[in-house]
Write a protein that binds this ligand. Structure first.
Ligand code: ATP
Ligand code: MG
Length: 148
């Protein structure tokens, strides 16, 4: 599966994310990749709405993890930007959120590339590319580690 979309405003990105959120029924890991201001947190806001969370969703820039338990499924929103790497993730006990056999909800991860080893083989990957001030290209795909 690969979906490629262009959005022309933050609102459009939120609407896309909301629809994607509505379609998610099972716990899963979703990595959000793209430069600063590419739209990852904006997507997270719409996504949260899509899974029935009414709380204000803010960037976990400083807390690294924000948890929301008021939707129809739990949401764990990470921002790994400030994380040094895998060692730090383990030191903070984050691996329990990425256990593919026991996911506690939806795990939405900004800057997942900083902790690549944590991601389960199967996860969604969403890439944000800034085309102009208001335009973003968003590519949603389902990743599985290839069997050799
Ligand atoms: N089409 C668009 N989609 C998403 N955001 C947009 C779009 N057009 C403009 N914006 C603006 O771009 C900014 C995106 O910021 P956002 O915090 O979502 O980025 P981010 O990828 O989470 O950055 P960071 O890596 O710093 O966490 C917001 O100010 C938003 O209003
Ligand atoms: Mg962000």
């Amino acid at each position: 599966m690969k979906i490629k979309v262009i959005t022309k405003s933050a609102e459009e990105t939120m609407l896309l994310a909301e629809k994607f959120g509505q379609s998610i029924i099972k716990p899963c890991v979703i990595s959000l990749e793209g430069d600063l201001s590419a739209g990852k947190t904006t997507f997270a806001k719409g996504f949260a709405k899509g899974i029935g969370i009414d709380d204000v969703v803010t960037s976990p820039t400083f807390t690294i993890l924000n948890e929301y338990e008021s939707g129809r499924i739990n949401l764990y929103h990470f921002d790994m930007y400030r994380l040094g790497g895998l060692d730090e993730a383990f030191a903070l006990g984050f691996e329990e959120y990425f256990n593919k056999d026991n996911l506690k909800g939806i795990v939405l991860v900004e800057w997942a590339s900083n902790v690549e080893g944590l991601l389960p083989d199967k996860h969604y990957k969403i890439i944000f590319l800034k085309i102009s001030d208001e335009k973003r290209q968003i590519i949603i795909s389902c990743e599985t580690t290839k069997q050799t």
